[in-house]
Design a protein around this ligand. Structure first.
Ligand SMILES: Nc1ncnc2c1ncn2[C@@H]1O[C@H](COP(=O)(O)OP(=O)(O)OP(=O)(O)O)[C@@H](O)[C@H]1O
Length: 232
């Protein structure tokens, strides 16, 4: 027997015909004007483009944080449009990781507690296997000796690496990084980008990074450029 359909696992996510408009009348802004995008599994994709070109809107739609006006989005084989709000919240928690410019670590928790936080928030027990994975991630990301420290005792780059470990703990289908090096000096930025690269090469993660910086985009396998709500 032969089959013509590609294995489902080749794409981490796909978007078809995404449109998004904000405001009305004279204030109407076409943030996305029909975006088709395939995000292959196990690759690092950078989204670039001028300010206002729709990068954040695209990322928020792909992550299920914002609803497009039209079009479809599939993440890990699930159509986001088929999920109601509650199901979408659970889906995001289990299948999508986020790293932001502001690290958003909880100041009262140690690095290790921050890394396993997604399990606590989901009301799931932190099994020994999860703790073990947190330690492995910390090792891969070069913060294994900082696990007992609170965020205030860590450098900016170390905090961002803890944030990356937290985003990876659930082995998400997609890791979104929104200007992840925006707050970091160039040497530390380099380190954080190397860690994102390693999460793709060594852990097989799929990373999508929004950036203005060509130097940061150079770490990616693919660069998608948006211009005026379209892929250029
Ligand atoms: N909540 C909103 N209400 C109204 N307009 C919005 C909203 N969010 C975004 N826009 C508009 O949609 C367009 C695309 O915005 P978006 O933030 O996606 O661009 P961007 O490429 O991420 O820009 P930047 O690089 O400056 O962050 C812009 O014209 C922006 O002003």
């Amino acid at each position: 027997m032969t089959t013509t359909s590609p294995p489902r696992t080749t794409l981490a996510a796909a978007a078809r015909g995404l449109t998004k408009t904000y405001g009305r009348g004279d204030a109407r802004v076409h943030a996305l004007r029909g975006v088709d995008l395939d995000l292959p599994r196990g690759r690092f994709t950078a989204i670039m483009g001028p300010s206002g070109s729709g990068k954040s809107t695209l990322m928020h739609c792909l992550a299920g944080l914002e609803q497009a006006d039209a079009g479809t989005i599939t993440v890990g084989g699930t159509g986001l449009g088929t999920l109601d709000d509650d199901a979408l919240t659970v889906f995001r928690r289990e299948h999508i990781g986020f790293v932001f410019q502001a690290y958003n670590l909880l100041p009262m928790l140690t690095a290790e507690q921050n890394i396993v936080l997604p399990y606590e928030l989901a009301g799931r027990r932190v099994e020994p296997a999860v703790t073990e994975r947190a330690r492995l991630l910390a090792e891969t990301l070069g913060v294994a000796d900082r696990l007992g420290h609170r965020p205030a005792e860590l450098s900016g780059g170390q905090q961002q690496r803890v944030a990356i470990a937290r985003a990876l703990i659930t082995e998400p289908d997609l890791l979104f990084a929104d200007e992840p090096t925006g707050n970091l000096d160039s040497a530390t930025s380099q380190e954080v980008l190397e860690q994102l690269r390693r999460s793709v090469d060594e852990l097989g993660q799929t990373v999508v990074m929004v950036t203005h910086e060509p130097d940061a985009a150079a770490f990616a396998d693919d660069v998608v450029t948006l211009a005026d709500g379209r892929i250029a």
